[in-house]
Design a protein around this ligand. Structure first.
Ligand SMILES: Cc1ncc(COP(=O)(O)O)c(C=O)c1O
Length: 357
């Protein structure tokens, strides 16, 4: 994969971007522990720090846009919605429960109206977006695209959706957390804003929380910057440093984990205890025959694979999702697995034993 601006590959950008540039500088960005700066009047929340800037530079080069870092993925989502200030948000009905909870609360407070759609039904999404534009004006509509979706791994057609939205002057936001900047670069497909929970693949080691928002639209960037200043959901210095360190190996980790996930998925497809399975990159979902009880047993029986809720780390984790109120509508036997970079035979042997139980 290459970056269209300068034709350097993602692997090279991940390793080289965001490094200090002056002679005798350290190789890596420093962990700047500062709220206050001498003489300039700079203050971290309002002006940022060089640690954040290094991370933002690197993610920005990978995605092909201007980047801002936030305290968490949800902080980035909140800032995006605050900045774009929509009256109607068209959102996938099956998607990350945290963003749907945020939108539901905003709706309860009378700030927005939420229109839930099946994100894979491109025609229906475009129809809903156009209907919303007619109702409140295109500038008051946001099309929120999550692809692939959490936890069912539905894949939207972001290029077609962004083109249709741009033609109608509707802003699009793509939550690209599951794909990471390696799996897709939605700004290049016409998205207005891209967001990541950097907590996941970008950090890659399950040891930090961070969020990222990117855009190529100068006006939107100004609004996002303002949202970060006034809402104050800024990242920690150590988190920004660690996220950048994680990013250095993102392409390698993502490729290795995808290779493992492809193989696990291939084997699950012919397994007698599996009703359905799919993977997109390292994310793999499968439905166990026997419903919730059987799926819970599988999760409880593995010895190496960790039952845990988050994803995107070097380690393989999995979880039955329907136990959460926000995911009550998904199949009770659905297990979402974030495949790691262990030896694929060790992952398979652990999973196969658990499935036999
Ligand atoms: C698709 C998606 N978007 C956003 C988030 C929120 O990110 P964070 O937990 O960093 O706030 C998550 C977290 O699981 C997620 O899976």
């Amino acid at each position: 994969m290459t970056d269209s601006n300068n034709s350097r590959s993602a692997r090279t950008i991940a390793v080289t971007a965001g490094r200090p540039q002056n002679e005798n500088d350290p190789l890596n960005a420093s962990i700047v522990l500062a709220s206050n700066f001498q003489s300039s009047g700079d203050y971290a929340r309002t002006h940022g720090t060089s640690t954040w800037a290094a991370l933002e530079q690197a993610v920005g080069e990978l995605e092909g846009g201007q980047c801002l870092s936030f305290a968490t993925g949800m902080a980035a989502a909140s800032a995006i919605l605050f900045a774009l200030h929509p009256s109607i948000v068209v959102v996938p009905s099956v998607s990350y429960l945290g963003v749907r909870a945020l939108l539901s609360d905003m709706q309860d407070h009378g700030h927005v109206r939420v229109v839930s759609i099946d994100i894979v039904n491109t025609e229906a999404v475009v129809k809903a977006m156009k209907a919303a534009s007619v109702e409140v004006g295109a500038e008051r509509v946001v099309l929120w695209i999550e692809t692939p979706t959490n936890p069912t791994l539905d894949e939207a057609e972001p290029e077609i959706l962004c083109r249709a939205a741009n033609a109608s002057n509707v802003k699009t936001v793509v939550d690209s957390t599951f794909a990471s900047p390696i799996g897709q670069q939605p700004l290049k497909l016409g998205a207005s804003v891209v967001m990541h929970s950097g907590t996941k693949f970008i950090g890659g080691h399950s040891d930090l929380m961070i969020g990222l928002a990117l855009t190529n639209d100068a006006e939107v960037f100004e609004k996002l910057s303002r949202a970060r200043v006034v809402q104050g959901a800024t990242p920690g210095a150590l988190e920004a440093f660690l996220a950048l360190r994680g990013l250095r190996t993102l392409p390698l980790r993502y490729e290795a984990a995808t290779k493992n996930a492809n193989e696990i998925c291939r084997r699950l497809q012919t397994h007698s205890a599996i009703e359905w399975t799919k993977n997109v990159g390292p994310m793999l979902s499968y439905i166990v025959t026997g419903g919730a009880a059987a799926a819970d047993r599988v999760c409880a029986t593995t010895s190496m694979i960790i039952t845990a809720t988050s994803l995107g780390g070097v380690e393989t984790t999995m979880e039955r999702r329907q136990k959460y109120a926000g995911d009550a509508h998904v199949n009770p036997g659905l297990i979402r697995m974030s495949v790691g970079i262990e030896d694929v035979e060790d992952i398979w042997s652990d999973l196969e034993k658990a499935l036999a139980s």
